[in-house]
Design a protein around this ligand. Sequence first.
Ligand code: FE2
Length: 315
Amino acid sequence: MATADMKLGYLVFEVSDLGAWERFATEILGLTVARRLDDGSLALRMDDHEQRILLTPGPADDLAALGWELASAGEVEAVAKKLTTAGFEVTPGTVEEAAERRVGGLVKYEDAGGIPSELSFGPALAKEPFRSAVVRSGFVTGNQGLGHAVISARSQDESKKFYRDVLGFRLSDHIICDLHGYKVNIAFFHANPRHHTIAFGDSQKKRIHHFMIEARSMDDVGLAFDRALRAGVRIINTLGKHPNDKMFSFYAKTPSGFQFEFGWGGREVDDATWEPTTYDHISEWGHHPPEFLAPRPKPPPTLADTDSPPPRGRN
Ligand SMILES: [Fe+2]
């Protein structure tokens, strides 16, 4: 039986500085505040869903839950059954948890790398259309979900088996290369037309390396890059383009220390014709860490640069 499409429906982050996150999410990413909960949590919108990112207060500064969206309660039940058959513990979510995530229902489990994950159905849709003050084109979501996440894996092989054999994800490709002296080996998987929804190498310091959101216009990537520069957000990789998903994007740090990727122009996968390949480079161009760029040459000194007045002749 073919596995149903799974989409990244929502992300929950536990963050230590909600104020910094609110400014960052609204002014840099262009998301909007959907609602504030009694415990200080902040729900964010990026499309017609009532919420896509939930920020909860706490010291972890990390991913708290990876939320997968399925089409129905029946599909959630079918995937939950596959998880239990494969030996993974599945816990039903409470009514309160479903209300907090703004979904019709959910179950919880940990993936092979220990990432807290949830399967849900029936996301609540907002009454008002989404309008960002800074990302005018809006975001690519719909049947591609909210974006992608690159997560930590205890073992790439175990996580590959988990996402492919248990959840039914399909391999998109690998990138295996040497990058500034570091060995890169990342496996990319899709579960809907988005080129990849999940990717992992090996163990990371945090549960999440980065999450990606995709604007509908190239200009909105450039404008987000300018906003990040002006606000002093720590840029990790300059503008560039990946060879596998063809995403034009940049990377920078969230207030929690893990990264975000802001992109445009990602490629879609058609399973009928897709052939997984292995790339030996991570970017076609760009994506340079700013510290690896050559320092700007100093212009030659001019008279205006000298502190002392021009020498006078002796009397
Ligand atoms: Fe990415």
